[in-house]
Design a protein around this ligand. Structure first.
Ligand code: FAD
Length: 526
């Protein structure tokens, strides 16, 4: 076991028995003076455990720590349950469901179904209301669970003042400040949309400049939405708003969708589907400049240089900035605690999710790496299980982020979904030989029956071991199909087991009988 983990565990155990005053810890003179100043001027509370941010790991962790008998405080600056519930997975997938209904309603005649005069009308306010209702209900559930567990929740912004102490500024508008200290601190403060530096961006009407959060609050469908960035958040919104009735143009810096490691065959397949749905995609875009115009409906002129079409002027009603996310560490005062960050501002984490400061852990998106709810939740499980392991002194393996690394799945919730598990093609070890099998969605009986054949499946096999290295599905229910293959990978099964299994007919998974009869290639990654 790593020494620092043992130390942390000892700290947690010993402190839960004997609570110490908040000023017990003076790492240096500056900190000592700061502590003395705040001690006499501000209300101060000490806890065994302090969780910063109520993301997908912080929220369950706070309840768990309380259940271990530790006095636990959670500080949240915006709303309980973090990005996933409030502005990420939950609201977007709720809206994507509305988009899919609009898509199917337009295609209803193809299935022999006719209603009214066949026109599809989108009530954006109802789409938004449905989204808000589901978010409120999910958030309410998290709030109740924290309350039920007896966690002390403080709504405010936290900033470190020393290694084990934070200043919390209330977010209720009264500017009230208090000091909270703890023996163990768990940072789960997440990320936020980045704002690119684009010439003219500040000159256009700011209500028309959207990010992944504000776009969900639109009460009307935009006339022409220009999505800056062809990453997966931009694509989900791009297809969604096209389906809701907007003209949509995606401008992307790279030569194809996604990042450099993506398999060109897969992302080109996805791009074709989006184009078929009416989303315009421009690649190799550079020199993007914005200008305000007097056009009432399309008041943003976006000048771009494109790889294939040369210089273009696009006239937009709204733009969506989808150029990535930045960690919420810039206002966290990490320097006061001596917590190390990467050049991008992410907090450096050990495989057991400890920072360089003993007793201070980091969980979720803010540590960098794959930014998904399931990863953040698994961070909670790693910390939880290691704490239990240490305090119960039972034999057992320490859980680490390295153990799960080969098996982190992702799903882009376009329709069809783009699901993937295993290393991306460009991340495979160079020089090693692999076998790939791929087949089009039009080979899947279920797809033909439901008239949903767009997409493809692709698998990469290690030719030395016959084990599955990665699997991708661009398919309706691609995420569920991927999960079947994920099980085989987690269990270390050879690909022949999938080929020979008896899958129910006609399920999407039945395609795993046929994939191996598809196109076979031997590849070596260069
Ligand atoms: C549009 C969109 C769609 C997404 N879709 C998916 C999806 O389909 N599937 C998926 O797996 N992931 C998706 N994600 C990513 C997912 O939402 C995150 O990976 C997930 O929420 C994990 O976040 P977290 O636990 O790191 O923290 P977060 O959920 O980001 O929570 C961090 C919390 O900390 C609070 N905070 C920040 N700074 C402070 C401070 N100084 N003091 C106090 N509190 C603070 C924030 O207010 C926030 O509530 C999506 C993200 C976006 C933006």
């Amino acid at each position: 076991m790593r020494p620092s983990l043992v130390l942390t565990s000892k700290l947690v155990n010993c402190v839960s028995k004997a609570r110490r005053p908040h000023y017990h810890y003076f790492p240096n003179l500056h900190s000592a003076l700061s502590n003395l100043r705040t001690l006499f001027t501000m209300p101060t509370q000490h806890f065994d455990a302090l969780v910063l941010g109520s993301g997908q790991s912080g929220t369950p962790l706070a309840s768990h720590l309380k259940s271990l008998g530790q006095s636990t405080c959670l500080v949240e600056r915006a709303h309980i349950a973090g990005c996933c519930v409030n502005e990420g997975c939950t609201p977007t997938k709720t809206m994507v469901a509305s988009g899919r209904v609009a898509y199917l309603a337009r295609r209803a005649g193809e299935y022999g179904i006719h209603s009214g005069n066949g026109e599809v009308r989108v009530d954006m306010k109802r789409v938004r209301e449905r989204k808000r209702d589901i978010v409120t209900s999910f958030r309410g559930g998290s709030e109740k669970r924290l309350e039920g567990a007896g966690v002390r929740v403080i709504m405010g912004e936290a900033r470190f003042t020393s290694e084990k102490e934070v200043l919390v500024t209330s977010n209720s508008g009264d500017g009230k400040e208090q000091i909270v200290s703890a023996d163990s601190i768990y940072i789960n403060v997440g990320c936020r949309p980045s704002r690119p530096q684009l010439p003219g961006l500040e000159d256009v009407e700011q209500e028309r400049v959207l990010d992944s959060t504000s776009i969900q609050e639109l009460g009307d469908v935009p006339e022409h939405l220009v999505v800056i960035g062809g990453g997966f958040i931009g694509l989900e919104f791009g297809q969604l708003f096209r389906r809701l009735g907007a003209k949509v143009t995606v401008v992307h810096r790279g030569p194809r969708l996604g990042g450099r490691e993506e398999d060109p065959e897969l992302v080109d397949c996805l791009a074709d589907i989006l184009r078929e749905d009416g989303v315009e995609i421009l690649f190799n875009v550079s020199g993007t400049k914005l200008e305000k115009t007097s056009d009432e409906k399309l008041p943003i002129r976006i000048a771009v240089e494109t790889g294939t079409k040369g210089a273009l002027d696009i006239h937009a009603s709204h733009i969506l900035l989808a150029t990535g996310r930045v960690p919420n560490t810039d206002t966290l005062g990490l320097d006061k605690a001596g917590i190390k960050t990467t050049p991008s501002g992410h907090i450096v984490a050990s495989p057991t999710l400890e920072t360089n400061v003993p007793g201070v852990f980091v969980l979720g998106d803010v540590k960098g790496g794959p930014a998904f709810t399931h990863v953040s939740y698994d961070d909670f499980r790693i910390v939880r299980d290691n704490l239990t392991l240490n305090s119960s002194k039972t034999e057992g393996a320490v859980k680490t982020t390295e153990q799960r690394a080969p098996f982190i799945p992702s799903v882009v919730y376009t329709d069809p979904q783009f699901a993937h598990i295993g290393p991306k093609l460009g991340a495979l070890p160079k020089g090693k030989k692999y076998i790939t099998y791929s087949m089009p969605g039009s080979w899947i009986a279920r797809g033909l029956e439901t008239d949903e054949t767009r997409g493809m499946l692709k698998v990469v096999i290690d030719s030395d071991t016959d084990k599955i290295v990665s699997f991708s599905a661009i398919s309706v229910e691609g995420g569920e199909l991927m999960a079947v293959v994920q099980m085989a990978m987690v269990g270390g099964l050879k690909w022949q087991v999938l080929r020979d299994a008896v899958w129910a007919h006609p399920s999407w998974s039945e395609s795993l009988n046929n994939l191996w009869g598809g196109e076979r290639k031997e590849i070596t990654v260069s």
